[in-house]
Design a protein around this ligand. Structure first.
Ligand SMILES: Cc1ncc(COP(=O)(O)O)c(C=O)c1O
Length: 374
């Protein structure tokens, strides 16, 4: 048994990548193949992800940010339009709406899952609304049926949701467009990268044009639209393919670590895990608690002193400098988002961690709680 009464001797990183010799070998092989940009490894990744995500089309792109941006452009979102999303997200979710020339309108989130509240979205829909961008926060799918019932295109931000299921259906097979991230910390990590999944042939074709910028062979080419050059290189695709091989093994480790956390914090007043819907499959991308026993920032600093790295997902986007002066005139207040933004704390979660690492986090959090609980 590890000694859980004392501070860790080494700092525990919040979300280190789980990279082994297999990924290193795959990259070497790709480099030796002479094919560095989009090529056979990327085609293989798209084919395997079509199967994994149970989607008709999957396009590999340079990031989830690019995926979301291209999705909005493919749907014709542009100046004068509004797109509804939540503010408790990574800024990219809203930035892409601005990139498309449209205005983000933020709907408040549900108190339990912190996903966008369909009732609040419905109140904000107007003639100007061209799409909804729900985020599957932490790996819990958003309320996709209720949102789809509003009759607007859904561009799902599934950056956290590679393995998620919504009411038994794979995330990626449901919305008009679903966007995934292959960023360094994600459940399928290539360092950088993104995937677009859609069952709509018209959007798949438009997205392909927007992504690569070029049609034709050899020196005879034509372009259908001024594209964005957002394709993914084979070097990164080769890493993602190895990560995909391990996705179930990694999911089992994440699940076990979440269970250890849930058991370990169960009796702590003022530390509450963000709710999950038992009807859905959660990707366990992040394990997030709401801290109310003391000031969240103080708790985060105390955990850092205990050599435990944590993170915050997220600071509300509408409060960030870039969004000052950019909000819609009819932007409503977001009380649930703002309270959650001050309380959420993400605990370390990675298949690179051991069970004992997680036990160390629980022990450190319990010591901090004993010291700071007001
Ligand atoms: C909710 C959410 N959406 C979008 C993104 C953007 O992903 P990427 O870094 O692949 O562009 C992130 C990245 O962390 C995210 O957390």
């Amino acid at each position: 048994m590890p000694d859980v009464s004392a501070k860790r001797s080494e700092f525990l990183s919040f979300q280190p990548p789980a990279i082994t010799d297999a990924e290193i070998a795959a990259v070497s092989e790709t480099l030796r193949s002479g094919w560095l940009t989009t090529g056979p490894r990327t085609a293989e990744l798209e084919a395997r992800m079509r199967e994994y995500l149970e989607a008709e089309h999957v396009l590999a792109v340079s990031s989830c940010t690019a995926a979301l941006h291209l999705a909005l452009v493919s749907l014709g979102v542009g100046p004068g339009d509004e797109v509804i999303t939540s503010s408790l997200t990574w800024p990219a979710t809203a930035n892409v709406i601005v990139h498309a020339g449209a205005t983000p309108v933020f709907a408040d989130v549900r108190e339990d899952t912190l996903n966008v509240d369909p009732a609040r979205v419905a109140e904000l829909v107007s003639d100007r609304t061209k799409a909804i961008v729900p985020v599957d926060l932490y790996g819990q799918p958003a309320d996709l049926d209720e949102l789809a019932a509003l009759g607007l295109p859904l561009v799902e931000d599934a950056a956290h949701a590679a393995e998620s299921r919504y009411r038994g259906r794979k995330v990626g097979s449901i919305s008009d467009v679903t966007c995934f991230s292959l960023y360094a910390t994600k459940n399928i990590a290539a360092g950088e990268g993104g995937l677009i999944a859609t069952n709509r042939d018209d959007l798949a074709e438009a997205l392909d044009d927007l992504r690569v910028m070029r049609r034709g062979h050899g020196s005879l080419y034509d372009i259908a639209v001024p594209g964005y050059k957002a394709n993914l290189s084979d070097v990164l695709s080769s890493i993602a393919l190895v990560q995909l091989d391990k996705v179930d093994e990694h999911a089992a480790i994440r699940r076990r670590h979440v269970e250890l956390y849930e058991e370990g914090i169960d009796d702590l007043d003022g530390v509450e895990a963000v709710a999950r819907d038992p009807r859905d499959g959660h990707a366990n991308h992040l394990f997030v608690v709401r801290v109310t026993f003391a000031d969240r920032d103080e708790v985060q600093r105390a955990l850092a002193d205990e050599n435990i790295g944590t993170s915050i997902h997220f600071l509300p986007v509408h409060r960030l400098t870039a969004y000052r002066g950019r909000l819609a005139a009819h932007q409503p207040p977001l009380p649930v988002t703002e309270r959650a933004g001050a309380e959420v704390l993400s605990l370390p979660l990675s298949p690179a961690h051991s069970d004992d690492d997680v036990r160390d986090v629980v022990a450190a959090l319990r010591r901090v709680h004993a010291r700071l609980a007001r």
